[in-house]
Unconditional design. Structure first.
Lengths: 221, 258
């Protein structure tokens, strides 16, 4: 694999020192992994991100002062190319579902073993996502039960323009921005504009969470 | 003659006045007593409520610490144990034992923490928290637990927690003592009331003994305390070998409260 010959830069965010050190130790021993920073809070993470961006962030969803789901969303708004993997003690479907919806690329238990962690990071780096049975199940449950986080704003379908709905369907069908532009005879820049306003209106942060939104709202069957 | 008639009239008037005075006085006294009684009841309820609150705060704190601190530490230790070099078969077995032990402990810590502080409840509300509770309890249990509930509008956390605790206690009781094969849990809203239902097809019991405070276990006492605070009604229907049905009706908090 060509990707594995590159170093994968990894940042770790957890308010628990022993845990951060444990993870760093493991990562250091894997040849093509390079842990570039440890942060113990959201603020410290933002400071680190201003200095340099890792490829992958391992993030606890329980951070002091901020909810991990909100934190994930806020970071991705600023740095949409970051790939966040949630590491958590929480195993409830709700946490997994909402974290993935917030844009996380995977969700792993904190007591994960070394090999699984390596596989997850490599897969997220190379393919964008890493799904386990737990995640798939939680996503299904979440979509089925029209699961809402408390106090989350939801937008109703009528606020989307006809064009936006059309583009949403194409995104859900896995088309890239360029393919959508070609199919609709509009410029890539216009598609990007629509995509941006779609994400804003639906309160989602990426194509996957947009697809989840489309299924939940009944627009995509 | 006129004088006598006059004084009789005056006396009659006085007598009537005294009678009227007493009647009014008595009524006022009764009203005051009722008022006092109500104040005492309210005060009693407040005392109960604050003692339950204090207990809950402590549980929340311990639960969160257990989950976040101890859970994370144990996970880190497991990661470290993962890296121990295996030099021979004996050390391999030892490391495996350590990892297994840690995995079990992490799981236990997670369950205990979740009992103390239901994090799903605080973040996602009552219905989701109960779904999760049933999921967790169903794993490794021979009893078939089914839960269905209305989507109840978000209430304040203390109120939801109280309802959660009541159901948690009832479910645990049923699982421990009822010898049931099926357990049904319902959470519904009807007008300005929340209705809870827990029904099992187990061995049943003598309802008089179970609700008598002097003989009741800690579980039922804690339920009754919470019911008192919530001003809720509970009805238990049970018969030997015919299962148990517990129905609870809780008034929704009024808009002025909180």
């Amino acid at each position: 694999m060509s990707q594995t010959s590159n170093l994968i830069k990894i940042g770790i965010v957890d308010d628990h020192k022993l845990f951060r050190q444990g993870v760093t130790q493991i990562l250091k021993k894997i040849k093509h992994f390079e842990p570039i920073f440890e942060a113990d809070s959201y603020t410290q993470l933002l400071t680190q991100l201003e200095i340099r961006l890792p490829d992958v962030i391992l993030m606890d969803i329980q951070l002091p002062g901020i909810d991990g789901i909100d934190a994930c969303q806020q970071i991705l708004e600023k740095f949409p190319e970051l790939k966040i993997i949630a590491l958590s003690m929480h195993t409830a479907d709700n946490f997994i579902f909402h974290m993935m919806k917030a844009g996380a690329r995977s969700y792993l238990p904190k007591d994960i073993d070394r090999e699984s962690l390596r596989e997850a990071i490599e897969t997220v780096f190379a393919e964008g996502f890493y799904f386990t049975n737990y995640i798939t199940n939680a996503m299904l449950q979440g979509v089925k039960s029209n699961n809402k986080q408390k106090h989350t704003l939801t937008y109703n379908e009528t606020q989307l323009t006809k064009r936006e709905k059309e583009i949403m369907m194409l995104i859900c069908n896995g088309l890239t921005t360029a393919e959508i532009a070609r199919q609709l005879f509009i410029s890539i820049r216009t598609v990007e504009g629509h995509r941006k306003s779609l994400l804003e209106k639906t309160g989602t942060s990426n194509s996957v969470s947009l697809a989840v939104y489309a299924v939940k709202s009944g627009m995509l069957k | 003659m006129e004088l006598i008639f006059g004084s009789v009239l005056v006396m009659l008037f006085l007598a009537i006045s005294i009678v009227i005075f007493f009647v009014i006085y008595q009524k006022r006294l009764l009203k005051q007593q009722l008022h006092l009684q109500k104040l005492q009841d309210d005060y009693q309820r407040q005392l109960l409520s604050s003692s339950v609150d204090a207990q809950e705060k402590e549980r929340v704190r311990i639960g969160q610490d257990l989950h976040d601190e101890i859970g994370s530490s144990l996970s880190a230790i497991k990661m470290l144990a993962n890296q121990l070099p295996v030099s021979d078969e004996e050390s391999g077995q030892l490391i495996l034992g350590i990892k297994d032990g840690l995995s079990h402990t992490i799981n236990d810590v997670r369950n205990i923490a979740n009992n103390l502080f239901p994090s799903v409840l605080s973040k996602f509300g009552l219905t989701d928290a109960l779904k999760y509770l049933v999921d967790v309890l169903s794993v490794g249990s021979a009893v078939v637990i089914s839960f269905a509930g209305d989507n109840i509008p978000a209430l304040n956390f203390e109120y939801e927690l109280a309802i959660y605790r009541i159901l948690q206690e009832l479910i645990n009781n049923a699982l421990k003592h009822a010898n049931a094969t099926n357990l049904i849990i319902r959470l519904n809203q009807s007008g300005n009331k929340i209705l809870l239902l827990v029904k099992d097809d187990g061995s049943g019991f003598d309802t008089v003994v179970a609700t008598d405070l002097k003989q009741a276990g800690i579980g039922i006492k804690s339920i009754q305390t919470r019911l008192e605070v919530l001003q809720a009604q509970m009805k238990i229907t049970s018969e030997k070998n015919k299962g148990t049905l517990v129905e609870i009706s809780i008034p929704l908090p009024t808009a002025t409260k909180n």
